[in-house]
Design a protein around this ligand. Structure first.
Ligand code: MRU
Length: 351
């Protein structure tokens, strides 16, 4: 059974500190919104759906810290908390989607007491978490059907249990295929500079007893040329209306390699990762992170003082490289202008 990434009990949130993996599997407790914002910014919790859930619970913590009675004072605190949480990471739309869902609670019960609003916020955060669990499993089953009964896949970064409530998107497909009796072997790109592929994806797969081989990101082309790779499956942080997809830096290169080697390139993502307000990938904000992640990654200086360093955390894969989107509502193929429009309508009717 995959691990729980985030839990709430006794007015406290518990998360696994993912910066310590795989050496240490250590839970930390978070009791206020400032610490939640810090945890998201520092990638103690990470992965698009997981930071959405964390953002929702960050709002709950802000509400719980309110000691007054006036609902309008509480609303003011919640709006400030929402701004803080939204400022942590710009690319994954799930964070904004989840916080906006929480903010809708403020306008739904206009005359409610502060206590009722807090109760409703907690209920909404729990719903967001439970929906993610259920949606990832549906998504996983839809994707599992695309894989031959014996398959080797390449994945990038971590789109597993630890990037969601507890099951994963890209790895959810792998888990569902294994549950369906298929034999799956995974090549996991190590994913420079923060190594989510080797530190987190490989750790998850080892724990689940699924064969995994870690490769340097730069080995992917060689592996595609020399091994029988059945599919590349990655997650996503934000998908524009035309199918252009932001995901961890290096995904675009992997997609181009997959095209060259005629390997299907699948993006596994729930509806909450689609941003239909953006026409194309050029509108997606790309997070740039500290140069120290590259120059002092895990304690050792690896580039000289004086060198310029550029550290975009995500890139955008043009839709033309995506063979299909695997979602909880099924598998969507080209032409994305039409098929993703169907998905948009599903979203409009649901939320
Ligand atoms: O910087 P991270 O570790 O939050 O980046 C995570 C990714 O890029 C994942 O592939 C993406 O969020 C999908 S998670 C289901």
């Amino acid at each position: 059974m995959p691990v729980k990434t985030i839990e709430f009990a006794d007015n406290i949130v518990r998360i696994i500190d993912q910066t310590l993996l795989p050496a240490e599997f250590h839970y930390i407790t978070i009791s206020n919104v400032d610490d939640m914002a810090d945890a998201i910014r520092k990638l103690k919790i990470r992965g698009a759906p997981a930071i959405g859930i964390a953002g929702a619970y960050g709002i709950v913590l802000a509400a719980l810290s309110f000691k007054g009675n006036d609902p309008s004072d509480l609303k003011h605190i919640i709006v400030q908390a929402a701004d803080l949480l939204k400022s942590t990471r710009p690319t994954a739309v799930n964070l904004f989607w989840a916080i906006d869902r929480m903010l809708k609670i403020l306008s739904s019960g206009q005359n409610n007491s502060a206590q009722k609003i807090t109760d409703a916020l907690l209920k909404e955060a729990e719903t967001i978490l439970e929906e993610d669990r259920e949606r990832c499993r549906r998504l996983g089953r839809n994707g599992a059907e695309l894989l031959p009964s014996v398959s080797t896949v390449i994945t990038h970064c971590n789109a597993g249990a630890l990037a969601t409530a507890d099951y994963g998107t890209a790895l959810g497909v792998v888990y569902a295929a294994v549950e369906a009796g298929k034999k799956i072997m995974v090549f996991s790109d190590e994913t420079r500079p923060l190594l989510q592929g080797s530190r987190i994806t490989a750790a998850e797969l080892v724990k689940e007893g699924i064969p995994v081989t870690v490769i340097c990101d730069s080995a992917a082309g060689f592996v595609m040329a020399n091994n029988k790779i059945d599919a590349v499956i990655v997650g996503a942080d934000r998908i524009a209306a035309n199918g252009d997809t932001a995901n961890k830096i290096g995904t675009y290169g992997l997609a181009v390699l997959a095209e060259k080697h005629k390997i299907p390139f699948y993006v596994a993502a729930p509806l909450s990762t689609f941003d239909f307000s953006l026409k194309s990938g050029s509108d997606i904000p790309i997070e740039e992170r500290s140069k120290n992640e590259i120059c002092f990654g895990f304690g050792t200086q690896t580039c000289p003082d004086g060198a310029d360093v550029y550290n975009p955390a995500f890139d955008v894969t043009p839709a033309e490289f995506v063979t299909a989107f695997i979602t909880e509502y099924g598998v969507f193929r080209q032409p994305y202008k039409e098929t993703l429009e169907e998905l948009r309508i599903i979203g409009d009717n649901y939320w």
